[in-house]
Each structure stands twice: as structure tokens, then as C-alpha cells.
Write a protein that binds this ligand. Structure first.
Ligand code: G3P
Ligand code: MG
Length: 228
């Protein structure tokens, strides 16, 4: 499959509780070259969790942004796993894989930029290991502004032509689009502007094959062993 990328979506979340160290460890053990995760900034820490509320993935209740760091940290995120800090994921991954960090919470651009900068200047990771993405255009533009050397991905929904125009205008590396949006025209529009097209969330072999045949550059999947 050449340069085609399988992003382990929220880690190997089809096998382990999503966005936990167990899910990222499992993805690495399966040979994933990239993992994807979602972050919120709480009391000076970046915590890795997807929803803005706690009920679906933890034994807690309420909004993530309303919880104290101590409360969030003591929750069970499944199989006794804690909600990890982003820096712990960096430590786990080291040089072994790329990380697509999705800015989910408010005011995440600046602390994520700072954490990446530290990982790079201390030689623990390299700039090529990161793609920072978001649905939140304000956070994404802010990140690009403060750390232009790191590649960004514009997660899009809506009119494909406008999405591609936005991604090009922001200097994005990639467009991240839902699989129902994707067709050959959209792919061509992205490619002719020098953008990669990554598609979420692809959990069936037949969909993976269809995406690959159409010429997308990679997919997000809960099953990073999908093609084996
Ligand atoms: O970037 C792909 C994907 O992660 C975006 O959707 O809701 O799974 O974070 P979501
Ligand atoms: Mg995500």
C-alpha cells in the first residue's frame, strides 16, 4: 500500500478502551505507524479524551471542562485505565510512531504547541511525527500561527469545495473528511491543491479497499490491523 496511512483512531480503540495508554500500546504492538487522539486542556495539563462529557467513556459524570484535574485523573476510562495526559502518550510513543493530535477542547493550541516544542528540542521526538488537526477553525488557525513548522489537518464537514478552499487557505497539510463525503472529485480537488486526504472512520475491509482504490492517502480506523 506504499505511503497509505492507517491512523489508529483513538488508539486501537476496537480492542482496548479508546484514548487510553492501553489502546495506544496495542496500536504500537500492531505495528501502527500513526495514532490519533483527542485533547482538552485542564489546569495546565493536556488530557486525552474524546467527548466533551464523561459518561460514555468513563465512570464519571458531567463536562470534561467542569471537572478538576484530580477528579478527571481518578476516573476509570475502561478496564481500570486512567485518562492519560498527552505527555504520557509522548513518553510511550517515543520515536516509534506519528501522532495526530486533535484539538478538541478550548484553548488547546498553545499548550499543545509548547509540549511538542519541548519534545522536539529535547530530542525525544521530531517535527515529522506530528499532525495537529481540529474541527475548530479558530484553534487550528491559532496553532498554525504560533507553530507553522508543524503540519496541520483541517477536519471538515459540509460542502467539499469550500472545505478544500479553507484547508488550502490555512496552509494545511491535509483535509480530514468523513467517509460519506468522499468521492473521486473531492479527492482530485484536494490533490490538485497539494493537500492529502485522510478519511474517518473506516472500520470495514471493503471500505478500506474502496478508499484505497479511489486514491485517498490514508484512513482513521479503530482496527489498525484491518489490512492484514
Ligand atoms: O480526525 C478524524 C477523527 O478523529 C475526527 O472525528 O469525532 O473521531 O474525533 P472524531
Ligand atoms: Mg479525533
Amino acid at each position: 500500500m506504499g505511503d497509505f496511512i492507517l491512523f489508529a483512531h483513538r488508539g486501537a480503540s476496537g480492542y482496548e478502551p479508546e484514548n487510553t495508554l492501553a489502546a495506544f500500546e496495542r496500536a504500537l504492538a500492531m505495528g501502527a505507524r500513526w495514532i490519533e487522539l483527542d485533547v482538552y486542556a485542564v489546569e495546565g495539563e493536556l488530557i486525552v479524551i474524546h467527548d466533551d462529557r464523561l459518561e460514555r467513556t468513563t465512570n464519571g459524570a458531567g463536562f470534561v471542562m467542569d471537572g478538576s484535574l484530580a477528579y478527571l485523573r481518578n476516573l476509570d476510562a475502561g478496564k481500570g485505565q486512567k485518562t492519560p495526559f498527552l505527555r504520557e502518550v509522548f513518553d510511550l510513543v517515543g520515536h516509534c510512531a506519528g501522532i495526530n493530535i486533535e484539538l478538541k477542547g478550548p484553548k488547546t493550541a498553545s499548550p499543545v504547541a509548547a509540549l511538542i516544542a519541548t519534545a522536539i528540542t529535547t530530542g525525544r521526538m521530531t517535527a515529522e511525527q506530528f499532525i495537529v488537526s481540529s474541527f475548530n477553525r479558530k484553534e487550528l488557525l491559532h496553532f498554525k500561527d504560533i507553530y507553522p513548522e508543524i503540519r496541520i489537518g483541517a477536519i471538515v464537514s459540509g460542502v467539499p469545495r469550500r472545505c478544500v478552499m479553507f484547508a488550502e487557505k490555512t496552509g494545511a497539510y491535509a483535509v480530514h473528511a468523513g467517509k460519506s463525503m468522499v468521492n473521486r472529485r473531492f479527492i482530485a480537488a484536494a490533490h490538485c491543491r497539494g493537500l492529502k486526504l485522510f478519511v474517518y472512520t473506516v472500520n470495514k475491509g471493503e471500505d478500506l479497499k474502496r478508499m484505497e482504490d479511489m486514491g485517498v492517502d490514508g484512513v482513521f480506523t479503530d482496527y489498525p490491523d484491518l489490512w492484514f
